[in-house]
Unconditional design. Structure first.
Lengths: 398, 145
C-alpha cells in the first residue's frame, strides 16, 4: 500500500517551548443530569488548583467548536467572576485536538497573545443519549454523503464502521478476537485501579470477553467505548514560567498531525486498516528527537479496540500488521508491560471524554502520581484520533 | 441538536449529489459518476475529481459485479428504525471496474457463515423499509454469485 492516501500537516518546531503545568478531571459518570458547561467548569477549577494558579492567571482558553456547548471565554469570566481579556481558540478540546492544542498554544505564547492557556473539553452525552440518534452518532448521521450512501444500508454508527475495519484487519494480518480482547482486558485492569474510572468496580477477564456475544461482529460490547458525562482540562505555559510553578515541569517535546484525503469517509480510505497516525507520528518523534523505543507510557484515543491496535502499529510501536501478536498477554500492562497503555482505562473503561483524560493521565504518569503508576516514566505519548485526522503529542519530564 | 428528515434513515432521493445513484437503482442499474477528464470513478460524488480536479463527470452504469471487501453482522439495533432489520449484514463491496471504489451496501439472501473476504458478489435491487418510517426506496444490495 503506497502512503498516498494522506499527508502530514506542516507544523512549526515547538519542542521545549511549552509545558503542561496543571491538569484536572471533572467527575466521570454515567447519566448525571449535569450540563456540558458545568462539567467543563469543574475540570478547569481542578486544573487551576493543581497548577496553583488563580482564575485571573489564565489569559487564554481553547476548546472545540463542534457541539456548541463547550466552556468558552464568556463562560470562564462568568463562572470565575473576572472581566479580563482572554485569547481564545477553537483548535483545542478533545480527540485529535487534545494532542495538537499544545502546538497552537505554543505559537500563541511565542507571539505574545497569551501567557497561560487552558485547554478544556467536556461532554454530557450519557445524559443526552435519550435522543433519536444522540451523542457521537449524530454528527455522522447528519453528514449528507453518509446520510444518503451509508446510513440507509445500516452501515452506521461508529461500532459498525470499526467492526468492518476490524474484520478486514483480521483478514489482512491474521488478527484475532482474543488479541482485541487483550486490549480491552488491559484497559479494564487499569481502570480497576483508578478511583475516577467509571468501570473501576467491574473486572474483565479474557475468558469473559470471549464468552460474551457479538453486537456487530467481530465486536463485542467490550470492544466499544463507554458513553459518559465527564471532561478534563490542562493548563499550558512557557517552560520558563512553569519552572516557577508548583508542579514538576512536563514539557511538550513534539507534536505531529496527520490527515486522510478521504476525510471522514472510512469506506473510501486508501488503506482501510490504517489511521492517519502513519502521517502524524513521524513528525512528532522527529521534533522531539526521540523514537517509539524511548516511550515509557502511551495513551491513545480508543473508541474501539481496533483503533488502539491500528494506532499502536501506525505510530511505530511495532510493525504494521504485527499489532495483534504484539498486544497479547501483558504487553500493555502498567506493571512491567513493554509499552504501558491507557493506564487509566481509556475510553473503554475509564470514561468516554474523548481523549482529554488521556493527556491528563500521561501528565500524571510523568509526575509519578498516577493510580496505576508506571515505574520511572519520563516520556509519555498521547495519540489523538478523529478519523480524518490523527495527532501525536510527546511529553517529557524535565 | 441536528434535526433530521422525517423519512430518516431512508435516503433523500432528491439530494443532487446522489440523486442519480438512486434514480439508477429505481431503474435496476448500479451507476456511479465517472470523471470526464481522467476517467476515474468519482466516489463519493464530490463536486470535483480528487485525482485531477475536473468538475465534469458523467453517471455511468457498471456491471454490478464486485467482491466482498469487508462486513459486519449487525445484531444490535443502534437506532430504533433498524429494530426490525437485525440481524443484518452491512458491508463494503469493491466493484469489478475499480477495486479502490467501495460501495456501502447490504449483503442479502445468504447465511453470514458463507461470507468471506473477496467473495464474488453481484448486485440485486431491493426495497429499503424502516420501522416507523413511511415510504420505501429501491436500493442496490448484493448477493453471492
Amino acid at each position: 500500500m503506497t502512503a498516498d492516501w494522506g499527508f502530514p500537516s506542516d507544523l512549526d518546531d515547538v519542542s521545549g517551548e511549552v509545558a503542561i503545568a496543571g491538569v484536572g478531571e471533572a467527575d466521570h459518570t454515567k447519566a448525571s443530569g449535569r450540563t456540558t458547561k458545568q462539567i467543563g467548569a469543574q475540570a478547569i477549577e481542578r486544573a487551576l488548583a493543581d497548577a496553583g494558579l488563580t482564575p485571573r492567571d489564565v489569559d487564554g482558553i481553547m476548546h472545540t467548536p463542534f457541539d456548541g456547548q463547550q466552556f468558552g471565554a464568556d463562560d470562564y469570566r462568568a463562572h470565575f467572576g473576572t472581566t479580563h481579556e482572554m485569547w481564545t481558540s477553537t483548535a483545542g478540546g478533545g480527540m485529535v485536538w487534545a494532542g495538537s492544542a499544545p502546538h497552537e498554544a505554543a505559537l500563541a505564547i511565542r507571539a505574545g497573545k497569551a501567557r497561560t492557556i487552558v485547554n478544556v473539553f467536556s461532554v454530557a452525552w450519557a445524559t443526552q443519549r435519550a435522543d433519536m440518534v444522540g451523542g457521537p452518532g449524530e454528527v455522522h448521521a447528519a453528514e449528507l454523503f453518509k446520510q444518503n450512501l451509508e446510513v440507509p444500508f445500516g452501515w452506521f454508527p461508529q461500532p459498525v464502521y470499526f467492526a468492518t475495519i476490524a474484520r478486514r484487519h483480521m483478514h489482512e494480518y491474521g488478527t484475532t478476537p482474543a488479541q482485541l480482547g487483550a486490549i480491552a482486558v488491559a484497559c479494564r485492569r487499569h481502570a480497576n485501579r483508578t478511583p475516577a474510572a467509571v468501570l473501576r468496580d467491574k473486572p474483565l477477564t479474557l475468558e469473559q470477553y470471549l464468552a460474551s456475544p457479538t453486537i456487530c461482529d467481530p465486536f463485542r460490547k467490550e470492544d466499544c467505548c463507554l458513553i459518559s458525562d465527564g471532561g478534563g482540562a490542562y493548563v499550558m505555559t512557557s517552560v520558563e514560567r512553569a519552572r516557577d510553578l508548583r508542579r514538576p515541569v512536563i514539557e511538550v517535546a513534539g507534536v505531529g498531525v496527520g490527515n486522510s484525503r478521504t476525510r471522514t469517509y472510512w469506506a473510501q480510505q486508501g488503506d482501510f486498516t490504517a489511521t492517519p497516525q502513519v502521517f502524524a507520528a513521524p513528525g512528532a518523534f522527529r521534533m522531539a528527537g526521540l523514537s517509539p523505543a524511548d516511550v515509557d507510557v502511551l495513551a491513545c484515543y480508543d473508541p474501539f479496540t481496533i483503533v488502539s491496535l491500528m494506532q499502536i502499529e501506525d505510530m511505530g510501536f511495532c510493525k504494521k500488521g504485527e499489532g495483534g501478536p504484539f498486544v497479547e498477554g501483558t504487553t500493555l500492562h502498567f506493571d512491567g508491560g513493554r509499552i504501558p497503555y491507557n493506564t487509566h482505562g481509556g475510553m473503554l473503561s475509564h470514561a468516554y471524554v474523548l481523549g482529554i483524560a488521556h493527556v491528563v493521565e500521561v501528565v500524571r504518569q510523568l509526575r509519578g502520581e498516577a493510580a496505576a503508576q508506571v515505574k520511572d516514566a519520563e516520556i509519555g505519548v498521547y495519540g489523538g484520533y478523529t478519523g480524518p485526522q490523527a495527532s501525536t503529542l510527546i511529553l517529557r519530564r524535565r | 441538536m441536528t434535526s433530521f428528515r422525517r423519512e430518516f434513515p431512508l435516503p433523500d432521493t432528491e439530494w443532487p449529489p446522489t440523486r442519480e445513484f438512486w434514480a439508477a437503482a429505481a431503474r435496476g442499474e448500479l451507476a456511479l459518476p465517472r470523471c470526464d477528464a481522467c476517467r476515474r470513478w468519482r466516489w463519493y460524488p464530490d463536486a470535483t475529481c480528487r485525482f485531477c480536479g475536473s468538475a465534469s463527470s458523467t453517471w455511468t452504469a457498471v456491471s454490478g459485479r464486485a467482491r466482498l471487501f469487508s462486513w459486519s453482522v449487525v445484531r444490535r439495533a443502534f437506532i430504533p428504525q433498524l429494530a426490525a432489520d437485525v440481524p443484518y449484514v452491512a458491508g463494503l463491496v469493491a466493484i469489478e471496474e475499480d477495486p479502490a471504489v467501495r460501495i456501502v451496501t447490504r449483503i442479502v439472501d445468504c447465511e453470514p457463515a458463507v461470507l468471506r473476504i473477496d467473495l464474488p458478489v453481484r448486485v440485486v435491487f431491493r426495497p429499503l423499509r424502516f420501522a416507523g418510517v413511511r415510504g420505501e426506496v429501491t436500493a442496490p444490495m448484493f448477493v453471492p454469485e
